[in-house]
Write a protein that binds this ligand. Structure first.
Ligand code: S3P
Length: 173
């Protein structure tokens, strides 16, 4: 049975924090896509973008999703742009549940404002730029997701509790 849990959504919506809570509750392996790519390449995300360009990074992302989707029972914290290619979305949907986490631009800014490894927000760490990119991405996120969870004002543990219930209702538990 293909029962991975894919957490998707914009940078700073809390995918990593929720994934880590899910791991505590479900004792399943956790794959942090960005970290996995950094470890395999031996370079930070911003270095990969700077030296090889975004398309190269997106290829690494697609390769990793292909690999993950062949396995089973993992919690996957996806990079914010992982849903930009339809092939990635198809693989996620065929191999598990796809949960979209959302947050207001103000919340995202508060969470990622000091980050140095979000090259797409470099020089654009403000609410207007975050809102604009979020709106541009909205159709891709909404098309990809099977479940939708707003995170503003909620603790990662309570969001994870909700996802555990959804998983049980799906019969994936
Ligand atoms: C990206 C999001 C980042 C990282 C890269 C590109 C995006 O991941 O993959 O900087 O295109 O939204 P997080 O969502 O984990 O910050």
């Amino acid at each position: 049975m293909a029962n991975n849990i894919y957490l998707i959504g914009f940078m700073g919506v809390g995918k990593s924090a929720v994934a880590s809570e899910l791991q505590k509750k479900l004792s399943l392996p956790l794959i942090e896509m960005d970290q996995e790519i950094v470890d395999r390449q031996g370079m930070e995300i911003s270095e990969i973008f700077a030296q090889h360009g975004e398309a190269f990074f997106r290829d690494l992302e697609s390769d990793l999703i292909r690999e993950i989707s062949q396995g089973d029972g993992a919690i996957v914290s996806c990079g914010g742009g992982a849903v930009l290619r339809k092939e990635n979305v198809d693989r996620m949907q065929q191999s598990g549940m796809v949960v979209l986490l959302t947050a207001e631009p103000e919340t995202v800014l508060a969470r990622v404002g000091n980050s140095t490894h979000r090259p797409l927000l470099e020089g654009k760490m403000n609410v207007d730029a975050i809102r604009a990119l979020m709106e541009q991405r909205r159709p891709a996120y909404e098309d990809a997701c099977q479940y939708f969870v707003p995170t503003d004002g909620k603790r990662p543990a309570e969001i994870a509790d909700g996802i555990v219930i959804l998983r049980e209702l799906r019969g994936d538990a």
